[in-house]
Ligand binder design. Structure first.
Ligand code: FES
Length: 160
């Protein structure tokens, strides 16, 4: 399970309060550059988000995202270049379609489509990156822990 510095296993802070755990898959070009720019400008955003660096959003497979949810992650952000700006031409368009399909699956299995979002940035859009991160953290915080989190924790504790 991925943990942030201020969180312990199960997504709880040391004070015992649940905090959402979010993964942000950022493409190597615009999205990661926007995240990096936010960091170098010392823009503050939630510590709940872990960035996964990926060559292009089109290279993210459905199982990467579903696996993250199965492992107890509460929300996922897929961040790519602006439409028309993908360095692999149509990777972000493929990712948008796939994200839509996964959102349908998340609704069908009771996890909730709102826990997965795709966003697009140019490399200069650091403030927008921070806004989108804060939006998904707040959305997921309002939804509460992922229903898959409890079963993941039972499994790791060896419970049936
Ligand atoms: Fe950024 Fe394809 S390289 S989405």
């Amino acid at each position: 399970m991925i943990q942030t510095d201020r969180q312990e296993a199960g997504g709880k802070t040391r004070a015992g309060r649940w905090e959402p755990q979010i993964l942000a898959f950022c493409c190597n070009y615009c999205a990661y550059a926007a995240a990096d720019l936010a960091g170098s400008k010392r823009m503050q955003y939630s510590h709940n988000v872990r960035i996964i660096h990926t060559p292009c959003t089109g290279k993210i497979e459905m199982e990467h995202i579903l696996d993250a949810f199965e492992k107890g992650i509460d929300g996922v952000l897929v961040a790519g270049c602006l439409e028309g700006g993908c360095h692999f031409l149509e990777g972000n368009l493929r990712a948008r379609k796939q994200t839509g399909r996964i959102r349908d699956i998340l609704d069908e299995i009771g996890v909730g489509a709102e826990r997965l979002k795709m966003v697009n940035f140019s490399a200069a859009m650091a403030p927008t990156f921070v806004e989108r991160v804060e939006e998904i953290v707040e959305t997921v915080r309002a939804l509460g822990p992922s229903p898959l989190r409890a079963s993941t924790q039972k499994e790791s504790a060896g419970e049936p």
